[in-house]
Ligand binder design. Structure first.
Ligand SMILES: Nc1ncnc2c1ncn2[C@@H]1O[C@H](COP(=O)(O)OP(=O)(O)OP(=O)(O)O)[C@@H](O)[C@H]1O
Length: 331
């Protein structure tokens, strides 16, 4: 994991009671979380969960209907913060009539103080793209590569990526992942990356934000969220959940014949009975929470919003993390 990128005390994103209404329907409601700077954060959730809405609020393209969102401690989209943030939307808007060289020149002219020409040109070059090619003639994946080159060339402090890898081939994904990890490791860039491909996030992201139905369900360090859960497998033939689960928070139970598989948050005591217990993988954790949208939310201490250096307290369910997960979190 990329823990060496963590910058204690700095906050990349902080939402308190954040809500956003599109016409009459709420896309996000009562969202509170904090993303410490220097993290590589996976933004996960089902279709329509509110991921794009959250990213566009962070990019300053929309205004919240209620609550607040700060980006690098400031108002999103403000003059002070705009040069420090790069946003790559799902449709990757670029000028179709520009060549790739024109596009990178525009990146340099818009970001004269920070432009990283070598990184931008290397990303284009790795894709075998000719600088003279017109953007309008590129494939979807090739346009994504140019858009990512533009975003990384800006040398942002915060990179907001909405499904950046969706149309990339496996080699391009690998190259883009390497470029993102290098930026995170060398310059402590905070990355927020939405994706539906859970395997793609494992090993890249050290922080997780799971939203469903416009609400934050899980937020915090991947390691700590995994450690807070236990996957139990055992034989159980009676209807309903086993009695010995009652002392714990049950996220989800599933039955296959006589076998029961459960994801729980243990309350500290070991679970009685002959259950085979293991820590879930990231995919198991996410799938269980996606299947059980009504499970109680969990924020690790570093993900709880703070006001003037103090934890606000859980606007969503207070975490029940064990000693391994309650170490020295950011200020
Ligand atoms: N411009 C809009 N006008 C009206 N409703 C909208 C608009 N944009 C989004 N919504 C609604 O807001 C909710 C959240 O949408 P959003 O695009 O943020 O979800 P998402 O998590 O990014 O979904 P996906 O994974 O499918 O990209 C959805 O119910 C969607 O229908």
């Amino acid at each position: 994991m990329t823990d060496f990128t963590f910058r204690p005390g700095h906050t990349a994103l902080e939402a308190v009671g954040l809500g956003m209404k599109h016409r009459r329907a709420w896309a996000l409601r009562d969202c509170s979380f904090r993303l410490p700077a220097g993290r590589v954060c996976a933004l996960v959730g089902p279709n329509g969960a509110g991921k794009t809405t959250l990213l566009s609020l962070a990019a300053g393209l929309r205004r919240p209907t209620e609550g607040s969102l700060t980006v690098l401690g400031r108002r999103p989209g403000g003059a002070e913060v705009r040069p420090r943030v790069a946003y790559l939307s799902q449709d990757k808007p670029l000028y179709a009539r520009f060549t790739i060289a024109d596009t990178l020149r525009m990146g340099r002219e818009l970001n004269p103080a920070s432009w990283d020409r070598a990184t931008a040109e290397r990303l284009v070059d790795e894709g075998g793209l000719s600088p003279g090619a017109r953007v309008g003639d590129l494939s979807g994946g090739q346009r994504t590569r140019v858009a990512l080159a533009l975003a990384l060339g800006k040398r942002p402090e915060l990179l907001l990526l909405d499904e950046p890898m969706a149309d990339l081939d496996p080699l391009s994904r690998h190259q883009m992942t390497t470029a993102l990890m290098t930026a995170a490791a060398e310059r402590a860039v905070t990355v927020v990356m939405s994706s539906h491909i859970l395997a793609e996030l494992d090993g890249i992201c050290d922080y997780l934000l799971l939203v469903a139905d416009g609400k934050v369900r899980l937020a915090g360090e991947v390691e700590d969220l995994l450690a807070a859960h236990t996957l139990l497998v055992g034989r159980h033939e009676q209807p309903g959940a086993p009695r010995e689960f009652a002392a714990h928070t049950v996220v989800e139970t599933r039955r296959t014949g006589r076998q029961l598989t459960a994801l729980i948050r243990p309350d500290g005591r070991p679970v009685r009975g002959g259950w085979q217990a293991s820590e879930p993988t990231l995919e198991e954790l996410l799938l269980a929470h996606l299947r059980a949208p009504d499970a109680p939310p969990l924020l690790t201490p570093s993900a709880e919003p703070r006001v003037e250096g103090k934890a606000v307290g859980a606007s969503v369910g207070r975490s029940r993390l064990g000693p391994a997960a309650s170490g020295p979190y950011g200020v």
